[in-house]
Design a protein around this ligand. Sequence first.
Ligand code: AMP
Length: 409
Amino acid sequence: MQASDFQALGVAETFFRALTKLNYQTPTPIQIKAIPPILAGRDLIGVAQTGTGKTAAFGLPLLQHLIGGERRQGRGLPRALILAPTRELALQIDESLRQLASGLPLHTTVILGGVGRRPQVERLMRGTDIVVGTPGRVLDLLQTRDLRLTAVTHFVLDEADRMLDLGFIRDIRKIISALPATRQSLMFSATMPDAVTRLADGILKQPLRVEATPDKITADRIEQSVYFVRSGDKRALLSKLLADPAMARSIVFTRTKHSASKVAEYLCSGGTEAEALHGNKSQPARMRALARFRAGQARVLVATDIAARGIDVPDISHVINFDLPNVAESYVHRIGRTARAGAAGIALSFCDSSEIEYLRDIERLTGAKLTVAGGTTAPASTSRPQQQQRQQRPAQGRRNFARRSSRAA
Ligand code: AMP
């Protein structure tokens, strides 16, 4: 037995077959740090973002506790509650738990808004061990008493920072007040601003804090470059780049939902299979878009930050920032979609004259200068990207860009 393997962490043999099937050969750092204390029953704060293997970090010990605990408690009475900020993340957690628990007599139910409540209620009535849900619908079903939390022994709050960003704090507090006082609570968050720490104080008892992969390490594995381009030329540049078959599975990020739709339409009209993913789409439409992208029927997914948050699609070849995010942390989250589970990845960013400050913030946060791949010496932004300018500093790119802009004006 090797010190680093799952068995050494205390994971029961009953999960080995699922781990082999999933090809999880070695635990990730967050799994190494989090699994033993969770198995020992401790409350825990995991500072880790999606992509670090955090779902299995809490999922494996959670399932192991449930297998060892008393059997199903009956209608609408789950033993574990997992809250996630977005529907996509909730579905993904549910899927991961099902895979890890395959062959075991454990039932999960997903509770989310945007889809009919009746099938969810019916499933709860059949009896479930685990509920994975978004706060709004969970609270809704709690208030109608279709869901009761009195038998919950394990509670997980995932992506706590994003929960607060999305304004779920009141819903979360109400849900927590319906939980039994005696329980194990786990919280995961990519960042730990004061508001998250305060929330943790109210939920967790003497929690152990574990951290994995600071943002910079993720960013270090990713080849990052920037194209200085006029706003109106971004779509043409994107098409041009996507002509390269190496861009086999790419996520394109836009700042607005409207822009996500427009860019996807533009690509489709040019013959590139693309899907848009954003909050204005119905839940079934979002699921369809994601499924087509996952299956490779669409090469490109054009998404907003919130819609793409937490989405885990393996083998993303490129992340393209069609618009730079105005919050630098979002850049790190975005590019983390590529370079999953140790793989290398490529991130390309488009920067127009209104986004120079955002670029500066990103470089400050990651501590790295982005390689200038286009728009420094070439006129107009749709010109062929200039590769191999690795040593060029963005300051120079900015100067050239400014010169070009004033010429264009
Ligand atoms: P997560 O952070 O939970 O969203 O996981 C990110 C990705 O890593 C998912 O595709 C997982 O299936 C994968 N993963 C999780 N744990 C491991 C592991 N120990 N070895 C390889 N891949 C893993």
